[in-house]
Design a binder for this molecule. Sequence first.
Ligand SMILES: [Cu+2]
Length: 310
Amino acid sequence: MNTPTRVAGFLVALGAVFGIALGVGQAVGPSTDITSDTADAHGGHSEGASAAAADAAEDVPGGLMVSQNGYTFSLADRQAQPGRDVGISFTIDGPTGKPVTEYEVEHEKRLHLIAVRRDFTGFQHVHPELGSDGVWSTKLDLTAGQWRLFADFKAADADALTLGADLAVDGDYRPEAPAGDSRTAQVDGYTVTLEGDLTAGKDSKLTLNVSRDGKPVTDLQPYLGAYGHLVALRSGDLAYLHVHPDGTPGDGKTQPGPEVVFYAAVPSAGTYHLFLDFRHEGVVRTAAFTVSTGKAAQAEEKESSDDHGH
Ligand SMILES: [Cu+2]
């Protein structure tokens, strides 16, 4: 689908915030020509309507669009063969149409690339190499199926963005059935549990607890400036959600495990897939969880309605 790429031009022309709102409609809706006349008509209902549009645009999660604010995530190839070390390259094309070469460091890297198979059976978080020509290169471990790639970056003198692009990996593909909620993950002898509830529209506290062989792990190593890095993706559209760690290593109060605390802001009720990267004894591992919003509230409601029944 080329539409979002073509949309980039007028996103720049429109006001930044209102432009994002229109961009979403373009990215997910049918291809139509929105002229500046129709844009004026949309914005011209009343001041309240444009304020609402601006608010809505600010609430749009990352990762849903291939182009935003004039920046486009451009994969060299939208198809790949499966394999353990598949070379992937891409550019982030800037408002001038040329690949961006200047980035600001965030979480210790200039760009974070997240690759997820759309049925959530594959997850990788890698840091590609940037060539002087603006071409990013990395290797991914890819199985057949539909993958979503997220580029999380901040171009110099621009806002931080997460853009998303699809990558089709050739071969026979049987999607896994959607996972039910799971709050305990096992990885390489480590057990990671997740406590806390996700609430739509609120910063929700999540506490992850890392143990090995039944013993709490108290010597986690910093990874990307924190004792863990958490990515949250919404089930259904893979919206990429902002999660920030509570405390930084060396601040005098944040302990290196067994608990790692995050605040996740989820925009809507639903199911979310969470991937925790943590580093111990020099190795980064990923623990995966599935959490639905409002489980505790629903359980309470059910309990009280059961009581009424008796
Ligand atoms: Cu990263």
